[in-house]
Design a protein around this ligand. Structure first.
Ligand code: ADP
Length: 372
């Protein structure tokens, strides 16, 4: 059992590239933390630093109560699962899983017991005599997971472990890893898990909390629901959610005595509960963010409606995504169980549910309504 703490961590590579900037993050004992962000944001760098595979340029890294900036990987109580499995091709699944314990000179019975337990939990008992090339990608990844489990680490580190699997297998493996986390907790052996992915769906479904990163900076660390409903800034708002949150650029001005967002000839009035908070931004340009599910078809032009040209329609069976254009911005609307036939080239009227909108400062891109 161990928490992982990063205190004022910076990473500058030998070539002078500053990859991580002033990172402060506390991952609790037994927590499932997902590091997510676009490619190149330095999430692997951060994970590899925790693993001891990358040096810490500045700051303090602790696992449990121990500062481990200079501790070798093998003494950190961690086990890592990689994207490419990293299994030995000439060894069976059993031998791959047992290898680390044999090198650590564990007794034979202990090794057999641990491998058998892990194999049962991962449902790979009947594959133990197979070599990696005789197994599917998903089975190999389960063996790689088993090899990490038998070491009974305090901290599991996952580096995009599902990227090489097809979409369906990814879903089942992602549930298996979440289940493993719960099973270990239920059995009284909770493990801290740090999981790197660029896939926001994995982040949202697996993490107790998610840490959203951009260009080596932490953007927001919170539960999946908080980052979705209460994004701290424009980056998080647009990164989390699919289709992405719609973003319009316009000016906040008073109309009929109320503060409203103006773009072209369109006026969207802020609801009463948001008036006071936004009042400081009167007369300034801001971004208005609204999720596709917070727009709906309207019969007539009314308050907070907009007439838009449909540019594309995506039918997904139970839902459809209507792509439109509003003042040069693409705006997507998600409709559930909508019977009306809509097609590209049509004009339609949408109503924005302004009580669900976000406003972002033009310069800092901070969410004006962020409450925490
Ligand atoms: P991510 O995992 O988010 O895709 P990485 O942590 O792999 O990002 O890389 C973060 C940044 O650091 C990238 O710009 C990458 O090119 C750079 N980087 C990674 N490893 C090195 C290295 N050994 N030397 C110099 N730059 C590196």
């Amino acid at each position: 059992m161990a928490s992982v703490k990063l205190h004022d961590i910076n990473k500058v590579y030998d070539n002078g590239y500053h990859a991580l900037h002033d990172i402060n993050l506390e991952i609790e004992d037994g927590e499932f933390m997902v590091l997510v962000g676009p490619s190149g944001c330095a999430k692997s760098t951060m994970l590899r630093m925790v693993a001891g595979l990358e040096s810490v340029t500045d700051g303090e890294l602790s696992i449990g109560e121990q500062v481990c900036n200079d501790l070798p990987p093998k003494d950190r109580g961690i086990a890592m699962v990689f994207q490419n499995y990293a299994l030995y091709p000439h060894m069976t699944a059993y031998e791959n899983m047992a290898f680390g314990l044999e090198t650590a000179k564990k007794p034979k019975e202990e090794i057999e017991k641990r491998v058998a337990e892990a194999a049962e939990l991962l449902e790979i008992t009947d594959l133990l005599s197979r070599k990696p090339k005789q197994m599917s990608g998903g089975q190999r990844q389960r063996v790689a997971l088993g090899r990490a489990m038998v070491r009974k680490p305090d901290v599991f580190l996952f580096d995009e472990p599902l990227s090489n699997l097809d979409a369906k297998l990814r879903v089942s493996m992602r549930m298996r890893i979440s289940k493993l986390h719960q099973q270990l907790k239920a059995a009284g052996n909770p493990a801290t898990m740090i999981y790197v992915t660029h896939d926001q769906v994995e982040a949202m479904t697996m993490g107790d909390r998610v840490c959203i990163m951009n260009k080596g900076h932490l953007m927001q660390v919170d539960t999946p629901m908080e980052v979705y409903h209460n994004p701290k800034n424009k980056f998080v708002a647009e990164f989390i959610g699919s289709p992405a949150m719609n973003m319009l650029y316009g000016k906040l001005e008073i109309h009929d005595g109320k503060l409203a967002f103006n773009i072209g000839d369109n006026v969207f009035t802020l609801p009463d509960e948001k008036q006071t908070q936004a009042s400081v931004w009167e007369g300034r340009f801001v971004y208005l963010g609204i999720r596709p599910e917070h727009l709906e078809l309207a019969q007539d032009e009314d308050e907070n409606t907009v007439s838009a040209l449909i540019t594309a329609v995506e039918e997904l069976g139970s839902e459809k995504f209507i792509h439109t254009e509003v003042e040069g911005h693409e705006v997507v609307c998600k409709l559930m169980n909508e019977e009306k036939v809509l097609q590209a080239g049509d004009r339609c009227t949408f109503k924005l549910n302004m009580s669900r909108c976000h406003l972002f400062d033009e310069t800092t891109e901070f969410n004006i309504f962020y409450n925490k």
